[in-house]
Ligand binder design. Structure first.
Ligand code: B12
Length: 423
């Protein structure tokens, strides 16, 4: 064999060794049940409930919601166009109309929703949305600073989401904006944020929008692959159960030579199936990140989605009356700022129900803010979380909860602590 033949043979062998992340088909009934959780959420068209992630997740899934889906996109358009365009100034900080305007991440998700409907942003109004998102990213870039010592005012997760959204609309970004994310993935980021960055880099690589940064982008993609694979738990999740959907979205876009990628993904799928059967996916945002994976799709597919691909129509779930058992009462201990309170609530109550009861009894005060994940706890006993701090939820003695107050259902005798921590 000549030297060229040898080289070709070697390349072929390496290609054969390169592994892909495949997530084999999941029982369609299970997928349908997940989709059905989204239907009631799509009837909530008020500003604080609108969630572009739900629309994106559905369009990338094997399911559709027919007219409901069309109306939902329409409501998203009305809300996002109006709230953003009524802000006269470009960054909106000096304008009272802009107080409750969407954040960078929410605007990015809205742009993804438009691509999920195969729309490219255009025209005068579209250009303003693009400038707005670019403006947000520039502000974040400055907050991070030249030496990367600062932090984005939102998070690297939203920074990645912003880059991804502009990329799927084929909008070019300055290399210094991309550079901040390239630097960040080399450092300490949670799995969700690393995966989001990986999706953004994969989009940039595929659409060749930043040819000058080809090599660093390719390197960063490898770093993201390594980090996610290293974060696999013995049970199979990447990070935790709720970061696994985004991690899989990213891994499905990649092929890794010489690494056990295929086996890692199969193990993650098995872990996800167990979590699904355990009822761990009730939260609409989490379902919206998982549905694409179960349809072998990722946010990167929004570069050019086949919007005519058939999707099965979702029918509302048939309610099976739950066996009504006696009004069993459980006792939950709330620990806040060195005090603890024992609260009695009906079995099956959420942590939010426990907090409401504690507030009614005059033991605890708290406030929440609506978010795409549900009610976010912003203040407890009059103490606001403030910048780069948050009210962490833990199960005593020291296990951070993987769900928010609306989704977590404490068991009888459990102690839940709310602790103000830095992040
Ligand atoms: C960044 C982030 C945080 C930051 C948010 C602050 C900030 N300035 O960004 C910090 C570190 C404070 C945080 C805290 C928590 N987080 Co968090 N967070 C994220 C992350 C990586 C991105 C969120 C985001 O920006 N989304 C995009 C924007 C556009 O959406 P948004 O709704 O406008 O974003 C806001 C909300 O997401 C809110 N938020 C962040 N986390 C959570 C969690 C819950 C349950 C709620 C209701 C709101 C909320 O903060 C965002 C900024 O304002 C997601 C990852 C993911 N896969 O989604 C996890 C994620 C949403 N968080 C999660 C969890 C569990 C929490 C905590 C409950 C952890 C704990 N034990 O205390 C707390 C929330 C406590 C509270 N006070 O209510 C889980 C939720 C899983 C689920 N079942 O729903 C996720 C998916 C991470 C994971 N893989 O476990 N989080």
């Amino acid at each position: 064999m000549g030297s060229l033949g040898g080289l070709l043979f070697l390349l072929g062998a390496l290609g054969a060794l390169a592994q892909r992340c495949e997530v084999p088909e999941v029982d369609s009934k299970l997928v349908e049940r997940l989709g059905q959780h989204l239907l009631p959420r799509m009837d909530q068209l008020s500003q604080e409930h609108l969630n572009p992630s739900i629309y994106v997740g559905l369009c990338l899934s094997s399911l559709q919601a027919g007219a409901k889906e069309v109306l939902y996109l329409h409501s998203l358009k009305v809300y996002f166009q109006q709230s953003l365009l009524r802000c006269a100034s470009s960054n909106g900080e000096d304008n009272s109309d802009c107080q409750d305007q969407p954040t960078m991440g929410q605007l990015a998700l809205y742009l993804l929703a438009l691509r999920a409907n195969c729309e490219f942003i255009g025209g005068h109004k579209g250009d303003r949305l693009v400038s707005k998102l670019k403006g947000f990213l520039e502000t974040e870039k400055r907050a991070i600073g030249r030496d990367h010592k600062g932090h984005p005012r939102t998070s690297y997760y939203q920074y990645g989401l912003g880059i991804l959204a502009l990329c799927v609309h084929r909008k070019r970004l300055h290399s210094s904006v991309v550079g901040k994310l390239l630097y960040a993935v080399e450092h300490d980021l949670p799995v969700d944020s690393v995966a989001m960055a990986g999706l953004a880099f994969t989009c940039l690589e595929r659409s060749n929008l930043n040819p000058d940064q080809r090599n660093p982008i390719a390197l960063a993609i490898r770093t993201v692959q390594d980090k996610i694979l290293k974060a696999q738990t013995p049970r199979g999740h990447f990070g935790n159960v709720y970061s696994t959907p985004l991690a899989l979205q990213f891994l499905m876009t990649s092929s890794v030579p010489g690494v056990e990628l295929g086996a890692a993904c199969l193990k993650a799928r098995a872990a996800l199936l167990a979590s699904l059967q355990n009822g761990d996916f009730q939260n609409a945002l989490m379902i919206s990140q998982l549905l694409p994976v179960l349809n072998h799709k990722s946010y990167v597919d929004l570069i050019s989605l086949d919007c005519l691909a058939p999707r099965a129509m979702l029918e509302p779930a048939v309610e099976t009356p739950s066996q009504i058992r006696g009004p069993e009462v459980i006792s939950v201990t709330l620990r806040v700022l060195q005090s603890q309170y024992s609260i009695s609530v009906p079995a099956g109550s959420s942590l939010e129900d426990v907090l409401k009861k504690a507030q009614e009894l005059g033991k605890v005060t708290y406030r929440t803010q609506a978010s795409l994940s549900g009610p976010y706890l912003t203040s407890v006993m009059g103490k606001e979380a403030g910048e780069r701090k948050f009210w962490q939820h833990l199960r005593a003695p020291d296990t951070p909860l993987l769900q928010g107050i609306a989704d977590y259902r404490p068991k009888d005798g459990e102690t839940i602590e709310l602790r103000l921590v830095s992040w």
